[in-house]
Design a protein around this ligand. Structure first.
Ligand SMILES: [Zn+2]
Length: 89
């Protein structure tokens, strides 16, 4: 697995954890426990968004990747899943 896929997976996993904790906090009847769950979920949400903006970038031109369809960068057209730049230019 390429490092870009690992980073994207890590960001998604943290985002999913924040979502699940937030959902549990929303449905939990005890408001005190819900408050502390929100206190965990919100920072996790912001951390995952920060990591996405920081690491989900093209390894060649370093532009941010909003959507990843296919294996080519929409900005420079190089393969996203090769960590080293190709020689053919
Ligand atoms: Zn690129």
């Amino acid at each position: 697995m390429s490092s870009l896929k690992k980073k994207a997976l890590m960001c998604s996993a943290i985002f999913l954890c924040a979502g699940i904790i937030g959902l549990v906090a929303f449905y939990i009847p005890n408001r005190d426990i819900a408050f502390w769950l929100y206190c965990i979920a919100l920072p996790l949400l912001f951390i995952s968004l920060y990591l996405c903006f920081k690491y989900i970038r093209c390894p060649h031109c370093h532009s941010y990747l909003w959507r990843m369809h296919g294996s080519k960068c929409p900005h420079c057209g190089q393969n996203l899943y090769e960590d080293k730049p190709t020689d053919k230019e």
